[in-house]
Design a protein around this ligand. Structure first.
Ligand code: 13P
Ligand code: SF4
Length: 333
């Protein structure tokens, strides 16, 4: 895996230990959580069994808010590395654990710090907006962080003549340009999961299910977004399916979100949008799916692997995240 995570962290980091076969992991996790005053935060893309043991499930914006306000002593982050790192940036005195340190993000990896430093030098006078899917090093070079939930509103809140660099997702950046009329300079990064949906297969599905609405995450490529009936962050997609009267949806984002959609609307049906290659489960984020109940148990028991951040970097990365949280509150998001 090409990675901007420190090489030492490339190992999965969890303590391997034989777990008795008859152990009730859900109960043991609950016990350890109580003993250690820990909280489990999980992203919507986690496996259903992880979502079921989480204290809070959310999109990247909500999870960062939860990380900032929790009074737990320990955060077990069932998401990817940049999400756990954001939790550590916002809650430096808490122990932040990531059950498997290999849970990276291809989008965050598509924006290495050294290349981004050179890139922003070419655009003096530009404000840097970075998607939360970035390393702490990129956040430290950023003016305002955003997530897919608030990106458009944050951009719209800035003066019209403000020049902007947007990183790292080209699809989200171009989508925001198209709906805001801005001409942000967009870094050429992408997520390998959201770029794999097949327009042809989605079109066939739409034909076979004419009543179904296509709902898509803005990290998808333009041809998919053009076809979509609704575009939004994972939380926004879920919310849409709750209030919208349709009974069937084709869902163009990571398939983990379907668990909550099916749970909250058992009378509706949800079809995962098909990837180009029908032989792979490419609409699953392999990084997100690394966490298992066994790893969560071992990570709580041994309090490892832990996210560690150098204080100087943490402070620099914190500023643009706080700016995002303040702006989001001000904008009523
Ligand atoms: P959300 O902002 O919708 O949580 O998306 C995060 C992400 O990683 C999407 O791939
Ligand atoms: Fe990163 Fe894509 Fe996985 Fe989201 S789905 S965490 S953007 S690799």
């Amino acid at each position: 895996m090409k990675n901007n995570i420190n090489n030492d962290l490339l190992k999965s980091g969890f303590i391997q230990e034989k777990i008795p076969e008859n152990m009730n992991l859900v109960n043991e996790i609950a016990k350890l959580k109580n003993e250690k005053n820990a909280v489990i935060l999980a992203h919507y893309y986690q496996q259903p069994e992880i979502q079921e043991i989480a204290d809070f499930i959310g999109d990247s914006l909500e999870l960062s808010r939860q990380a900032a306000k929790t009074d737990a002593d320990m955060i077990v982050f069932c998401g990817v590395h940049f999400m756990a790192e954001t939790a550590k940036i916002l809650s430096p005195r808490k122990k932040v654990l990531l059950p498997d340190l290999n849970a990276g993000c291809s989008l965050a990896d598509s924006c290495p710090v050294d290349l981004f430093k050179e890139f922003i030098k070419k655009y003096p006078g530009h404000l840097v907006i970075s998607y939360i899917n970035t390393s702490a090093g990129i956040k430290a070079l950023t003016d305002i962080v955003c997530t897919s939930s608030n990106a458009a509103r944050i951009v719209n809140s800035l003066p019209e003549d403000q020049k902007i660099i947007f990183a790292p997702d080209r699809n989200l950046g171009n989508y925001i340009n198209s709906i805001t009329g801005r001409q942000m300079v967009v870094w050429n990064g992408a997520c390998h999961v959201h770029e794999r949906f097949s327009v042809e297969k989605i079109a066939e599905l739409k034909k076979a299910h004419p009543q179904a609405k296509l709902i898509a995450h803005p990290e998808c490529e333009k041809p998919v977004l053009i076809m979509a009936d609704y575009i939004g962050s994972t939380a926004a997609l879920l919310k849409f399916t709750l209030s919208d009267p349709s009974k069937q949806y084709i869902v163009a984002t990571e398939s983990g979100i379907l668990h909550q959609m099916r749970k909250k609307s058992p009378d509706k049906s949800f079809i995962p949008a098909p990837p180009n290659d029908s032989t792979c489960a490419c609409n699953d984020c392999s990084f997100m799916k690394l966490h298992t109940l066994e790893k969560v148990y071992l990570c709580l028991k041994h309090e490892k692997p832990e996210i560690i951040l150098e204080e100087k970097l943490r402070k620099r990365a914190e500023k643009p995240i706080i700016r995002m949280l303040e702006l989001s509150n001000k904008l009523g998001l």
